[in-house]
Design a binder for this molecule. Structure first.
Ligand SMILES: *Cc1c(COP(=O)(O)O)cnc(C)c1O
Length: 396
């Protein structure tokens, strides 16, 4: 047998972490890496947060899992906190981002079908989007590399150029149920939508009775200096998918909706065995305790602005390597003039700096939100050293 016991769907690298220490990862061989990837925007409290660890330990010893057939004081409490903090009136808890998007898609379809509009099932989605790896969520993205081998796709998605409001408007037809969009594309290369685009989608949704569904799986939960990124745009969605940072490393996602948007989601319409179990709720509550306050959010904004200013200055020294910096808060992208993946590998293997490669030759900078001055300085030391000794690989 030549297949590996772990299904070989990931091209895994030689870094094999076995321990976390605040904003660093330590691998099998004892090498320390500065973690500015955060498990792809997940470990927003780093790896040693006492509040999060304590909450999970206490809950694990008290009650880990019960069925959603029973009442959930833990789920009610966390849902109430999310409702109090956001546009939403109601929350469905999931175990992942794709499941949160899946619930959002079902909620948007059910909104129309509950009113007898069975033909209004199509969501308008945007180029280079990433919504997850289930059949529905790959179908929602135009990225063919995710479709290959898995045809046929699920119907009911129409792709329009990202940030193209006129295109979105022109795509509206009698089948349209709504829009599904990342306010800041993550995998696509840390690309923030323009304010005109987001405000325009909101206005189109209001005008045509469409659902504005936001995928904030990567950009949500304090990452950009707001609790959710749409707050930067001065708009509110009807439905929102959240995950990644929301559990701080514990698998947790959530689909948030207004009362109106959730009108089709009655008894028996949706479910999940694990979704919202007491252990997940303890993790989510500990994360909310830490990040859902103005002081913490202001610190994220301040640190983000500081890193951004230093990055802008830094890239000026390497005009052949870097084009620009984009993003918000601590969701930053360095768009490169050369292929970004080999540089990301160089930083990882030769300078023990973990970042994440993304589309559009962008290097994602996604540190834990709890970084301090020492980690920021270490990041720039490693990045500068990495740029200084980088040899651009010859095209194959
Ligand atoms: C990561 C991500 C997802 C999928 O989340 P999983 O937990 O991997 O299923 C969906 N949407 C966006 C924007 C993401 O970044």
């Amino acid at each position: 047998m030549s297949i590996t016991p772990l299904m070989p769907v990931y091209p895994r690298c030689g870094v094999r972490p076995v321990r976390g220490d605040h904003c660093h990862l330590i691998d099998e061989g004892g090498t320390r890496y500065l973690d500015f990837a955060s498990g792809i925007a997940v470990n927003l409290l780093g790896h040693s947060h006492e509040g999060l660890i304590g909450a999970i330990q206490r809950q694990a010893a008290t009650l880990m899992h019960v069925s959603n057939l029973y009442g959930s004081p833990q789920g009610e409490a966390l849902a109430q906190r999310l409702v109090d903090k956001t546009f939403a009136d109601t929350v469905f808890f999931t175990n992942s981002g794709a499941e949160a998007v899946e619930c959002a898609i079902k909620t948007a379809r059910a909104y129309h079908q509950a009113a007898g509009n069975d033909g209004r099932y199509e969501l308008i989605t945007f180029t280079n989007a990433f919504h997850g790896r289930t059949m529905a969520t790959i179908s929602a993205s135009n990225q063919e590399k995710m479709h290959k081998g898995f045809m046929p796709l699920l119907g009911g998605f129409r792709y329009v150029e990202f940030d193209d409001l006129e295109g979105a408007k022109a795509a509206i037809g009698p089948d349209t149920a709504g829009f599904l969009v990342e306010p800041i594309q993550g995998e696509g290369g840390i690309r923030p939508a323009s304010e005109a685009f987001m405000k325009g989608l909101r206005a189109l949704a209001d005008e045509h009775d469409l659902m504005l569904v936001l995928d904030e799986v990567q950009c949500g939960v304090a990452r950009t200096g707001k609790f959710y990124a749409h707050e930067h745009y001065g708009i509110e969605p009807d439905i929102l998918a959240s995950a990644k940072g929301i559990g701080g490393g514990f698998p947790l996602g959530a689909c948030l909706a207004t009362e109106k948007a959730a009108r089709g989601m009655g008894f028996g319409t949706h479910g999940s065995t694990y979704g919202g179990n007491p252990l997940a709720m303890a993790a989510g509550t500990a994360v909310m305790d830490a990040v859902a306050n103005d002081e913490f959010l202001a610190e994220v904004t301040e640190k983000g602005e500081r890193i951004r200013a230093r990055l802008e200055q830094f890239i000026g020294n390497y005009p052949d390597l870097f084009e620009l910096v984009r993003g918000k808060g601590l969701m930053l992208g360095l768009k490169m003039k050369v292929e970004s993946r080999p540089f990301f590998v160089h930083l990882r293997d030769n300078h023990q700096l973990l970042t994440v490669a993304a589309g559009d030759n962008t290097l994602r900078v996604l540190p834990p939100l709890v970084i301090g001055d020492a980690e920021i300085d270490e990041f720039f030391d490693k990045l500068s050293a990495g740029a200084a000794d980088y040899v651009i690989p010859e095209a194959a």
